[in-house]
Ligand binder design. Structure first.
Ligand code: FES
Length: 185
């Protein structure tokens, strides 16, 4: 192969190396930029602000606490079952409800409802919560996190927003939420 005049083999290889590295950098940059921009992209979609149905009210009899799941409104089609999020629904008296995040307020293990003792118990470190989600004992420093909810056309909807953490603001700004998310302890 004859090289263009004034272009040495060494210079050509250096240029090819730079072009190759630039192409690799561009390929790697796409997922990194998407990751960094994801909060903005999701916010634009309004996913976390979406009202998500947990189903008909008949699924949640008065005085009982039932397990429910909903689809994360900001998942991608390829997320599969990891996009299903569990929660506990308490029908207090047929008119008012409480919808609890399933994750323990200590380190996030899924809590389980035991109707025999009317307690939510955490399998990880023995955290316990009363039926209204308030802390009963163990390492958690506060009660279970709650979703805002509303009743509409015989269905229960929750505000599937990002759940609060002990370090962030916890009050929901939405005015049509029947029960506001409790402020952080
Ligand atoms: Fe529940 Fe630690 S994660 S008590």
């Amino acid at each position: 192969m004859t090289l263009p005049e004034g272009l040495s083999r060494r210079t050509l290889l250096v240029k090819l190396g730079i072009a190759f590295n630039a192409a690799i950098a561009a390929v790697l940059a796409v997922p990194i930029v998407r990751y960094l921009m994801s909060p903005v992209i999701h916010e634009r979609k309004g996913g976390y602000d979406a009202w998500v149905s947990l189903g008909n009210l008949e699924q949640f009899p008065p005085g009982q606490t039932r397990f429910a799941t909903y689809r994360n409104p900001v998942v991608n089609p390829w997320d599969g079952t990891t996009g299903d999020i569990a929660c506990w629904v308490r029908n207090v008296d047929g008119k008012s409800f409480q919808v609890f995040a399933i994750n323990c307020a200590h380190l996030g293990c899924p809590v389980r409802w035991f109707p025999q003792s009317s307690l939510f118990l955490c399998p990880c470190h023995g955290g316990a919560y009363y039926q209204d989600g308030s802390r009963a004992s163990g390492p958690p420093e506060r009660g279970l996190f709650e979703y805002g909810y509303k009743l509409e056309s015989g269905r229960l909807f929750i505000k599937a927003e990002e759940m609060p953490t002990p370090g962030s603001a916890c009050k929901s700004k939405n005015s049509d939420i029947v029960r506001e998310i409790k402020p952080c302890a």
